[in-house]
Structures are given as structure tokens and as C-alpha cells.
Write a protein that binds this ligand. Structure first.
Ligand code: ZN
Length: 151
């Protein structure tokens, strides 16, 4: 039988092994650092935006498979999107991880590959690993210079 959980795990492992858009972005207009002290994840997100669209986005850092795969999938999901779309995607992703499982059926829609993290909500301690990249992206967009922490 087709096992969705195994497929999800495979996608996460693949992005952990071969993170996409990994490394600094020389022409970045915004950047921020994020830390998740609970797990030891440290990420840096770079983006190039004209204030309307995310034209390019990269990340680098060290951390667990969930945090790296989430950052990698995030960069693929938000590149070329308007800032409003990015915000909406972030809200739906956050709902997927923290929301009521009975209502998150709708949240999965439109998330594309980000839906692979739906299993993370069963492990509350891992939710911060999965959302770290997104919090860091928000900080970059708000041009906060102090490193953000999930604590
Ligand atoms: Zn982690």
C-alpha cells in the first residue's frame, strides 16, 4: 500500500542531504539569522526583493534534518512569489504545524511540498525546527538586525 508517511520522510531526507539554494546570496537586499536553542539549529536567510516580489532566496546554516529540509523547501516555495503570497503561505504552514488537526485538512491545500511537514505536529518539540526558517525569513523582511530566537 502507498504510504504517505514514507514519501514525506523521503522528501525531508532528500532536502536534508541536498539542500536547495544553499549558500550566501551575493546580491541579497535583506538577511537575518535565526537560532533554535532547543535543538541547536542555526540558520541564515538571504533574500533579494524589490519590496513586492521575492526575486531570489538562499539560506545556509547547521541544524537537524527537519530545520534544513524546511529551509530548503521554503526557498523553493517562496521564490518568485509576491510578499502577500509569502505571508499567506507562512500562515497556512504555521496552521498545518500547530493547528487543530480536524481543520488542517484545508490548510494542506495549496501548500504543495510543504505538506510533507504535516507529521511534525505530532512532535511539538520539532515544530520550532520546522518553523525556524520561516521566522528567520520574516525577520529578514522586517530587516531586523538582531539574531532572532525561537525562545
Ligand atoms: Zn532542529
Amino acid at each position: 500500500m502507498f504510504d504517505l508517511k514514507e514519501l514525506y520522510q523521503e522528501v525531508i531526507l532528500d532536502h536534508n542531504r541536498r539542500p536547495r539554494n544553499f549558500g550566501p546570496l551575493p546580491n541579497a537586499s535583506h538577511q537575518a539569522e535565526g537560532h533554535n536553542p532547543l535543538c541547536g539549529d542555526q540558520l541564515k536567510v538571504y533574500l533579494e526583493t524589490d519590496g513586492k516580489t521575492v526575486n531570489d532566496i538562499h539560506f545556509e546554516g547547521i541544524g537537524c534534518a527537519i530545520s534544513k529540509a524546511s529551509a530548503s523547501l521554503m526557498t523553493e516555495s517562496v521564490r518568485g512569489k509576491s510578499l502577500a503570497e509569502v505571508d499567506s503561505l507562512y500562515r497556512r504552514f504555521h496552521d498545518l504545524l500547530t493547528g487543530d488537526p480536524s481543520t488542517t485538512g484545508q490548510a494542506d491545500e495549496g501548500l504543495g511540498k510543504l505538506a510533507v511537514f504535516s507529521g511534525v505536529r505530532e512532535f511539538p518539540i520539532r515544530v520550532k525546527c520546522a518553523t525556524l526558517a520561516w521566522h528567520t525569513l520574516q525577520a529578514a523582511l522586517e530587516s531586523r538586525s538582531d539574531p532572532i530566537s525561537t525562545e
